[in-house]
Design a protein around this ligand. Structure first.
Ligand code: GCU
Length: 850
């Protein structure tokens, strides 16, 4: 990620003028992202209409949540508008903010007409009584009122007019939860932003400040539940209820209800029973006692999340029982307390037979759950991942949503970027989620978009909704990448109202996070909206899934890892073609799980969209897509396009210098530079792999023929020796060059570039542990040094660890000598791949072809 700016010519005066000019308009204090989208930055200027804002406030309700609503309004207005509100105990005879439930407002405010609100809905309105202006924030219940308060504060932060904040809204669905996959030892499964905010060393953390702050952030966007531990649940969780109740206490003022994931074998592992068979009375009694104990400590406990019979987790199948048996047993224990069971639909066999052409992991959820439709208790919700595989860069919507018409369902979306760049790449997921939520499954040949199914509208279900796997951590800014918080925000906005556009989400988030400067808002919005398609272009387009290292950390490129194992994320690439045939006629039959209209659409090559083609069909590389281009050339081209687009994001971000505080600007820039480099690693690896597999050359001859590159093999080496890289396609000719058993090694290149300015990038490998150091010299004069101390997820040279160090604007002349000097550290042998020397646009002086 190391990237340094090395400028020979710099228009210092121009930069000075431009930065000072912008600084004059916008305060640019360093910000660390800890406040997320709740910065309450002072408004400058304060909108004229705010002059009429009341300076008194009264809260009619006495609950804890209502107290938060009041204190939040006071805090926000003081910070943003610079006014300190006077707290009244009764509705005063002067202008005032009045907060209460609709019931309470009706009692206290003559003339107030309560709007019709759904559960947890809010209404913001103005009322004139006896010449006084009252600004009313009403909730169907205290939670709704809190959401109304945050709605007003968000409007103020975005400089909206008071009129624009008048509104009545009710959430689309009752379940709007996040799941955290936190382990009791303080690590987080698929967490990329530090350790758990809840647990450390097997116990609940003593300091739960961050847990309270998290709940406040969640409440500000309408999230009402949080599951605090890994779905691969530790049975000891049930022995920690006292500690867990402290987390619930931290959540409670914000109306966020706590839930837990439980292991189905808990009765045996921590309960001392000789079985965990859900059909056994002792087991049911044990669970009932545990649930009663939980409610005694946490009266507003939300419910239990269960992952069973999946990826090595124990489950009812061990006793010949079904998910219905397991879920309903827990539901019976929870029912008297008003709790729910979220039973995960992510159940599949990860020991599939690769040689069986009919085997298909995508079928699993439907095959298992569809026959059980109608048998689940009414406080059970089947929690289904958006797609039939596992949060890939693109998947079709899971057909199970249409296959459970007499069962409550919730869609599980992944906010944490497991397969999506792990918060080192910017990938704004609401754009992707919208494609799922809007997808019309056409159940019973009528309109049944996914959002209407989980909202309960399509099949008239009383319960259901949205679950986002969030995995925030102790990192100051919650999610590591400053732009990743847009995903948590966006998930919540869609859970509240799935019709919200991705553009609204992106621009609202940008305003709240960085400010209201129009150029800033339009640029960041554009970057966010383009980021998912870009990521798809340089990873796994055409329905190939992400093509990442699925048996490793799920990060860098490793297409072959999809194949020939039991996991079933196969793409079945061979010399002639690629893709999974999932048709009914000749393939696995998965397409037949969809309602007829959708099945017909995916079956026909005419109507199957190109972006899911290879998820549904196996086609020859020479097959022509709807664009008229061959499949193989499309794969090559999209990867080149994606890498170029990733570089374009960096250019766009750079136009924001001086418009964002330096701390967040630089941090984001460093990550975007890293991403642009990693996109090249992705492009090269995937294109090389397909070129070898297909034997068909890129018609532009680009693969492994980059005129700007000098590979380590082409350099004069002192001490550096080649080693094989696995997978081979993640380094030039499958080799990295390492410095072994020496304190230092060098690789030298004699350049013959036309005089001019160049960017010099050194492609090297940075392991998670150890910190090799490097020096780059030009004609024996050091021009850059860096340390490989990033925590990329790998301990070997490969697509997870390949990264680059870039010096920009280096003046070169023919005859220059460039030397890379590597100093190993620990088991990291200062590995390198190549150096890439790119003329800066307009930077070449004189005749480039002497
Ligand atoms: C993915 C992920 C696991 C997780 C699982 C799940 O497979 O890699 O870490 O446990 O999904 O959702 O249960």
């Amino acid at each position: 990620m190391a990237d340094r700016i090395y400028r020979c010519h710099n228009s210092f005066l121009l930069r000075f003028i431009c930065v000072s000019f912008i600084c004059g308009a916008i305060p640019l204090n360093a910000e660390d992202g800890s406040e997320g989208w709740l910065r309450y930055a002072p408004l400058s200027p304060v909108p004229v209409s705010y002059a009429r804002m009341p300076v008194s406030i009264v809260q009619l309700d006495s609950s804890k949540v209502s107290a938060s609503a009041e204190s939040e309004i006071i805090r926000g207005i003081r910070s943003m508008v610079g006014r300190t509100l006077r707290v009244e105990t009764n509705v005063p005879d002067r202008d005032a903010w009045v907060l209460g439930t609709t019931e309470e407002l009706r009692g206290a405010m003559p003339g107030y007409r309560a709007p019709k609100l759904g559960h947890e809905g809010f209404s913001v309105s103005a009322l004139q009584v006896r010449g006084h202006h009252y600004w009313l924030i009403a909730g169907a219940d205290p939670r709704g009122m809190l959401y109304g308060a945050f709605h007003v504060l968000s409007g103020i932060a975005r400089g909206e007019s008071i009129r624009a904040m008048e509104d009545s809204e009710s959430p689309a669905a009752p379940v709007r939860w996040v799941n955290q996959w936190d382990n009791l030892n303080g690590t987080i499964e698929r967490g990329y932003a530090g350790r758990s905010i809840f647990f450390e060393n097997g116990s609940v953390r003593s300091d739960l400040t961050r847990a309270g702050e998290y709940a406040r952030l969640l409440a500000s966007v309408g999230i009402n539940g949080c599951t605090i531990n890994n779905v691969n649940a530790d049975p000891r969780m049930l022995t920690m209820i006292r500690g867990v109740s402290r987390i619930a206490d931290a959540f409670r003022p914000w109306g966020v209800r706590l839930s837990m994931s439980v292991a189905s074998n808990s009765p045996q592992v921590v309960g001392g029973l000789d079985t965990f068979d859900p059909g056994n009375e002792k087991v049911a009694a044990w669970w009932k006692a545990r649930v009663d104990e939980i409610y005694a400590a946490i009266p507003d406990f939300a419910g239990l999340v269960v992952k069973a019979d999946s990826e090595g987790q124990p489950g009812p199948s061990q006793y010949g029982r079904t998910p219905v048996d397991a879920a309903n047993m827990l539901a019976t224990a929870l029912k008297p307390h008003g709790g729910v069971v979220l039973y995960r639909g992510f159940v599949y066999n990860h020991h599939l037979d690769w040689n069986d052409l009919k085997a298909d992991r995508a079928r699993a959820a439907y095959d298992i759950f569809h026959p059980l439709d109608g048998q689940f208790a009414d406080n059970v919700i089947v929690q289904i991942k958006n797609g039939p595989i596992d949060f890939q860069v693109r998947e079709p919507v899971s057909p199970l949503f249409a296959g459970l018409q007499k069962t409550n369902t919730a869609v599980e979306l992944q906010v944490t970027q497991e397969y999506m760049g792990q918060q080192r790449h910017v990938v704004f997921l609401p754009v992707q989620w919208k494609t799922y939520l809007d997808f019309d499954l056409r159940a019973e040949n009528r309109s049944t978009p996914l959002k209407d199914i989980v909202d309960g509208k399509s099949f008239r279900r009383p319960l259901g909704g949205y679950v986002g796997v969030a995995n925030v951590g102790l990192d100051t800014n919650w999610m590591a990448h400053p732009l990743a918080m847009a995903n948590l925000y966006g998930f919540a906005r869609l859970a509240w109202n799935p019709d919200t556009t991705a553009e609204t989400i992106a621009s609202d988030w940008t305003r709240l996070t960085f400010g209201n400067d129009e150029k800033l808002v339009s640029t960041v919005t554009r970057v966010l909206l383009s980021s998912w398609p870009i990521y798809e272009h340089y990873t796994g387009p055409l329905g190939l899934q992400t093509l990442t290292n699925i048996t490793g950390p799920h990060f860098g490129p490793a297409p072959q890892s999809q194949e020939n194992n039991g996991w079933g994320q196969w793409i079945r690439a061979d010399h002639d073609g690629v893709g999974m045939d999932r048709t009914v006629a000749t393939g696995t039959g998965f397409i037949g799980q969809y309602p007829p209209e959708v099945a017909a659409m995916y079956t026909s090559l005419e109507t199957c969209p190109d972006n899911l083609l290879l998820f549904m069909h196996h086609e020859p590389y020479t097959y022509r897509l709807h664009t008229g281009k061959t499949l193989i050339q499309t794969i090559y081209d999209l990867h080149y396009q994606g890498a170029d687009e990733a570089a374009g994001i960096v250019r766009q971000w750079k136009t924001l210098a001086g418009r964002i505080d330096p701390e967040r600007y630089e941090k984001t820039l460093g990550l975007l530079e890293y991403q642009a480099g990693h996109a090249i690693v992705w492009r090269d690896a995937v294109d090389r792999w397909f070129a070898k597999m297909s034997g068909i050359a890129d018609d532009q001859g680009r693969i492994d023929h980059d005129p700007n590159r000098i590979t380590a093999a082409e350099m004069q080496l002192d001490g550096y020796t080649p080693v094989d890289v696995t997978p081979w396609e993640t380094a030039t000719d499958g080799k990295a060059y390492i410095c072994k058993d020496r304190a230092a090694c060098t690789a030298t290149a004699h350049l013959n570039r036309p005089a001019g300015l160049y960017d010099i990038a050194v492609e090297y490998f940075d392991y998670r542990q150890a910190a090799s150091t490097f020096q780059l010299s030009l004609n024996q004069k050091a021009i850059g040094t860096w340390t490989a101390d990033n925590t990329l997820p790998g301990q070997a040279p490969n697509g997870d660890t390949s990264t680059r160090y870039t010096l920009r604007g280096v003046a070169l002349r023919p005859g220059d000598v460039l030397t890379i000097e590597g100093h190993p550290d620990g088991n990291e042998p200062a590995p390198i791949d190549y150096v890439e020397i790119t003329p800066e646009a307009g930077g070449v002086v004189g005749n480039p072809h002497p």
